[in-house]
Design a protein. Sequence first.
Length: 244
Amino acid sequence: MGMNDMIRFFRQMTGKLGSNIYAGMPTHTNPQQMSFLRQLQKEIKEGNSLDCPLEELPVIVFDLETTGFYPDKGDRIISIGAVKVIGSTILEQEVFYSLINPEISVPIDVLELTSITEEELLTAPQTSQVLMEFLNFIGSSVLVAHHAKHEQAFMRKFTSSHLRLNFEHRVIDTSFLVRIFQPVVNSLPLEQICLECGIEVKNRHHALADAKMAAKLWAFYIKKAQEQGYQNLREVYEYLSLKR
């Protein structure tokens, strides 16, 4: 299958339920929305990304900016950014970005770090709306994030509280492939790993910019893993499990 065919297939898989049908609908009460969420969960459970050849593996690399580190203690999401990747090819035009109104006061240091203003957040869409739009964008795809436990914790908390949905997507940390070559990388900041790989650090702490940097990091190590002879994620998991 050629790259154009793969891109077409990827778009069909992630958008086959209709890319604009569910965006912006209110939560809980819309039967089409509930049908979409049920179908999404079914596709996630049936999906098998472990044996997909690395050069064809479709993932979505994403990043969240949040008011803090603890969703169970009241911290909220203030922006989501994401980009689609097939193998080591970043689909630069296939991106998602949105601010979110957290409906709480955001610490000054967070606003300064992210360059987001209180005025922008006050006029941003609600959490439930953006989460539905994001789920529609990602479909049942495998997700990738830097320091993924942070993103996963927030997605689990807010898809549950706002959409009554168990967040069951496979989320892979960027360090997953890096650990083949560097055993201890879990705590390194994104900018440090990117600089080591020759990836330009630009607009740090903007959700979409960080997602794009993490995508370049993922693509860099997909190529390195292929060069080392790894065929798919299953082989990487098996190798890393033996190293423990």
